[in-house]
Design a protein around this ligand. Structure first.
Ligand code: SF4
Ligand code: SF4
Length: 288
């Protein structure tokens, strides 16, 4: 089963929950944790994995042979990302905008475009207390997160459970990370900002036809905001984690709930049991 852990808003405690679930399950089932937040991966801070494998991620970017080029502008017209500009006597390639799709070189009538590989990041994997750990790191200044995320997800094994820590927001890296999941856990907090971003995240996940449920972090006096939203939209509230000074202290020292407060382990195991049930119900109703 593939379970992604996402949150519309950053800073809701998604990493704390992803790593706590992984640690709570690891003694009973094969667990993989894949940190797809490649712009700022931080699951390794909590799990401290021993990295045993590093793989470069590169994309093909165009290079122009100006001796062959007739400056017809076809490449600039076809590029959906405005990564090429044709000037009188020159062609500029903005590599940071290029998605490596190959359309310009394929369609150049003069065969004046060839491709060279550009490194944009790395994927590192290893072991953390019996958890198979993988994360991606996008090079500083690079904008193309999705090829790195795809490489991270290439490591998914289908024996056991794969947990995907999804970047915050609702843009392309989120879609790339979440797609293919059997279930998505959305982590939120009881604030109006949190609710606004949660609604966007729920829309994204439901558009991808992935069943989802919520974990309410920093629960306290304003939980009704999220509870009401769940009720109206028929979304399961899987767990509440109270706003608590001790949890915040643990977090600031890089210690997960599953390690710092052992009683939470059973609660996370119970959340995954519910997730299996809900994902199973969805797959049965899709077959009908
Ligand atoms: S499509 Fe080819 S020939 Fe036309 S401007 Fe681009 S590189 Fe030059
Ligand atoms: S490879 Fe694709 S994205 Fe990159 S410059 Fe060519 S058309 Fe644009």
């Amino acid at each position: 089963m593939i379970v992604s852990i996402a949150s519309g808003k950053g800073g809701t405690g998604k990493t704390l929950i992803a790593t706590s679930i992984a640690l709570s399950l690891k003694d009973n089932i094969k667990v993989q944790l894949l940190d797809c937040d490649v712009e700022e991966p931080n699951d390794h801070i909590f799990l401290k994995p021993a990295i045993t494998n590093t793989e470069l991620v590169s994309i093909p970017v165009p290079k122009i042979d100006l001796h062959k080029c007739t400056f017809c502008r076809k490449c600039a017209q076809i590029c959906a990302y405005n990564a090429i500009a044709v000037l009188p006597g020159d062609v500029l390639v903005f590599k940071q905008l290029c998605h490596g799709c190959g359309a310009c070189s394929y369609l150049c009538p003069e065969r004046a475009i060839f491709e060279e590989m550009m490194d944009i990041g790395v994927v590192e994997s290893g072991n953390a207390q019996g958890i198979h750990f993988t994360h991606g790191r996008l090079n500083v200044g690079e904008a193309m997160a999705t090829p790195v995320i795809r490489k991270v997800k290439d490591q998914i094994k289908r024996d056991g459970i794969a947990l995907i820590d999804v970047p915050p927001g609702t843009s392309c890296p989120v879609v790339e990370s979440v797609k293919g999941s059997d279930f998505c856990i959305l982590v939120t907090e009881p604030t109006l900002f949190g609710l606004n971003d949660l609604e966007l995240a729920v829309d994204t996940v439901q558009t991808l036809n992935i069943p989802c449920g919520l974990i309410l972090n920093r629960a306290g006096t304003r939980d009704v905001i999220v509870e009401e939203y769940c009720r109206k939209n028929n979304l399961p509230l899987l767990m509440k984690i109270p706003l608590d000074l001790e949890t915040a202290r643990l977090y600031s020292r890089g210690i997960t709930l599953a390690e710092g407060k052992l009683e939470w382990r059973d609660k996370f195991v119970e959340v995954v049991r519910k997730v299996e049930e809900l994902a199973g119900e969805r797959s049965c109703s899709n077959k009908r």
